[in-house]
Design a protein around this ligand. Structure first.
Ligand SMILES: NC(=O)c1ccc[n+]([C@@H]2O[C@H](COP(=O)([O-])OP(=O)(O)OC[C@H]3O[C@@H](n4cnc5c(N)ncnc54)[C@H](O)[C@@H]3O)[C@@H](O)[C@H]2O)c1
Length: 273
């Protein structure tokens, strides 16, 4: 690929670069004229070069780092994109901020308290950061439509379906969807009969507004979600399917650019569209 150094202004590193999402992100950065790959980290990063692993010629001499901290100590980064694991993402995001870089976090599983702490850390460093539960535009629209529909339906449940290697449940998208729906309706399922679960968990998890969330994990799925809203005599189903991880990449590239203008934490792609 031909590169134009003059317009490659935003130096982006990718943490989790050998994962399913991370590999797509590295290729996206390499192919975007406004972004320059400044590093690639993965626990499984052997001493191989980026060019060899991805079969490209754009990153001469660059090798994987096994530790984000090593990369942050060596390189000045504008942005660090994280697609790793719910167990390490908070620590990674804090390390990115403390090194003076901007986190763009796709990894799900951050708690509300951790999001608040990241916001504080970003503000005290005068930096912007993004946490995006779903980078696919169709999924963002699904959430928006569910929020709108929840104004008119006070009975709703969410079914999210993912591949069986996903570590956290429910998905970040389901949590974000429920949060948006709560802004439209304080309590769901008011006319449901009193329930007794014969097998614990049969009715899924419930959020504070009594939205039931059901998580399906099966090989074959990528990332899918249905929001089902009911009222007497009618059912409205809003469904989104990610058929290929390519659907997340325009959102990741946009976030890597827009985060340069932000201060504090922005949660959700809808705020920068
Ligand atoms: N926001 C979105 O739109 C979106 C879309 C898909 C997946 N996700 C989330 O992204 C995350 C990653 O998903 P995936 O399918 O790519 O997973 P994956 O298991 O394929 O990849 C994760 C990679 O991170 C690496 N890793 C783990 N801990 C690390 C650490 N401490 N330092 C460096 N590398 C580390 C692993 O070695 C692995 O290669 C999950 O939380 C998933 O739910 C988000």
């Amino acid at each position: 690929m031909e590169t134009n150094a003059a317009v490659k202004t935003i130096r982006v590193a990718v943490c989790g670069a050998k994962g399913k999402m991370g590999q797509e992100v590295v290729r996206t950065v390499l192919n975007d004229p406004q972004l320059a790959l400044a590093g690639a980290v993965d626990l499984h990063g052997l001493n191989e070069t980026i060019n060899d692993f991805y079969g490209v010629t754009d990153a001469p001499g660059m090798r994987f780092d096994r530790s984000l901290k090593d990369l942050l100590a060596r390189e000045t980064l504008d942005v660090c994109v994280d697609f790793t694991n719910p167990d390490v993402v908070f620590e990674n995001a804090l390390a990115i901020i403390e090194a003076g870089s901007r986190p763009v976090i796709g990894t799900t599983g951050l708690s509300a308290e951790e999001l608040a702490r990241l916001d504080d850390a970003l503000k005290s460093h005068g930096l912007g950061g993004m946490v995006v539960p779903n980078f696919a535009i169709g999924a963002v629209l699904m959430m928006k439509f569910a929020q709108e529909a929840a104004k008119y339906f006070d009975h709703a449940e969410i079914i999210e379906l993912h591949h069986n290697k996903k570590a956290d449940a429910p998905s970040g998208t389901a949590l974000k969807t429920a949060e948006l729906m709560r802004q439209s309706q304080a309590k769901f399922g008011p006319t449901n009969a009193p329930e007794k679960e014969v097998i614990a968990g049969a009715r899924g998890a419930t959020d504070e507004a009594n939205i039931h969330i059901h998580s399906v994990r099966l090989p074959g799925f990528i990332a899918h979600q249905e929001v089902i809203l009911g009222s007497p005599g009618q059912i409205l189903t809003i469904r989104h399917d990610s058929m290929d991880r390519a659907c997340f990449m325009p959102g990741v590239a946009l976030a890597a650019k827009k985060v340069m203008e932000l201060k504090g934490l922005v949660y959700g792609l809808e705020h920068i569209l």
